[in-house]
Design a protein around this ligand. Structure first.
Ligand SMILES: Cc1cc2nc3c(=O)[nH]c(=O)nc-3n(C[C@H](O)[C@H](O)[C@H](O)COP(=O)(O)O)c2cc1C
Length: 181
């Protein structure tokens, strides 16, 4: 190997491609949806999942106020729609409607699940921590479901449902292909 130095601030881009989720939140009846790729499970029992959000995002502000959110797992079929939910839109705009995605009622929390996503985790806030220029939100999964055809032997059937992985900017990896939105 022949190593070249890379900027430390951009080194996170080497942890890629990253699984990408869409988070739905709701505040005062207003629904919000946005994609996040700074995300990972952090505990099995209790079941905890973390993601990092810029503090300015409506997603974070809604979570801070309501303590609830839903993690939606998209697949390649809704890559374009996922991108639309990532647009900077005024607070009152429902990104699900804008992206033509279907909101379906969650069982325990107020924010809706996305009908077109292959799996959902309803979460209640476990903790929020300041981490540099982001806020680390850890959610306790209180309910989870997955489309029957998306599982094989208890694992995500990635040959059948291709998850969306974020490389950076408009670049995604689906299967072993690079895709740009
Ligand atoms: C694929 C993808 C992944 C993203 N991941 C993150 C992330 O992990 N953390 C973050 O703060 N913003 C992330 N963003 C940016 C937000 O999704 C974007 O700024 C969005 O408009 C925020 O929406 P909101 O203000 O409605 O919450 C990502 C965007 C895209 C397209």
């Amino acid at each position: 190997m022949d190593f070249i130095e890379t900027e430390t601030e951009k080194a996170y881009r080497l942890i890629a491609p990253r699984p990408t989720i869409i988070i739905t939140t709701q505040y005062k009846g207003r629904i919000n949806a946005a994609p996040f790729s700074f995300t990972m499970p952090v505990s099995v029992e209790p079941p905890l999942v973390a993601f990092a959000s810029a503090p300015t995002h409506h997603t974070f502000k809604n979570i801070e106020k309501t303590g609830e959110f839903v993690i939606n797992i998209p697949n390649e079929d809704i890559l374009k729609e996922l991108w639309i939910t990532g647009e900077k839109l005024p607070e009152e705009v429902n990104e699900l409607e804008k992206a033509n995605l279907t909101g379906i009622s969650s069982s325990i929390v107020s924010p809706p699940k996305i009908g077109e996503c292959i799996a959902h985790m309803e979460c209640k806030v476990h903790s929020i921590t300041d981490v540099g220029d982001h806020k680390l939100v850890i959610g306790r999964v209180v309910k989870a479901d997955v489309d029957k055809t998306a599982l094989k032997d208890g694992l995500l059937d990635v040959e059948n449902v291709k998850p969306v992985l974020h490389l950076g900017g408009v670049n995604f990896v689906v299967g072993d292909h690079l895709r740009q939105v």
